[in-house]
Write a protein that binds this ligand. Sequence first.
Ligand code: MN
Length: 235
Amino acid sequence: MNDIRYLWTPPAIQSLPVRGSDVRLPINRLFFVGRNYHAHAEEMGIPVDKATSRPFYFTKSPHTLVESGSTVAYPPETADYHHEMELVVAIGAPCFRATEADAAAAIYGYACGLDMTRRDLQLVARKTSKPWDLGKDVEQSSVVSEIVPMVGEVIGKGAIELRVNGEVRQKSDIGMLIWDIREVIADLSRFYHLQPGDLIFTGTPEGVGAVVAGDRIEGSVEGVGSIALDIGPAA
Ligand code: MN
């Protein structure tokens, strides 16, 4: 292993602090559930009927990860950079084709997350049947708090909230998820061999909106913790 030589120094492994521990959780992949709260799906103009639809997903590079408490530059090529407050599940055990009953065994813990989004570019992509990457896979757009170890525990309810400059913008409850934690893990594991270090952003409630340079975002999930992000000037 140690005698592999590279042309240049490879990118660092992304990782997050773990509450109550001095070791960090190494990040593998970042998965995101789309439209997983009814009121958010409606504000985006595409209501969800659970009886006739399946959950859908997109991914971001792990190199988009930033830790809570950071200041990030307002990103390029957008005039509509949106906050999306989300509960994040950290996978801690391999999981493939899990039943809903088995899904909990794959959970290592939880975190608060922000799925920051170039909404203008996402909507253009949506309208023109193009991929969402330019809207979603934005540098420094996957913001995550410390990981809270809750091995095998399923969060079924709890307040989720986001404030911008102290004003409440998003307020809902984890109990409002269309596809709950077990269903999301089981469904995603039909498509991927989930691995320790995979993070699943479970979707955002209603109230998404734009931020500008100078704004401070603060969010929380009851029973998990809190997250903060400052938006700096465009770099
Ligand atoms: Mn999202």
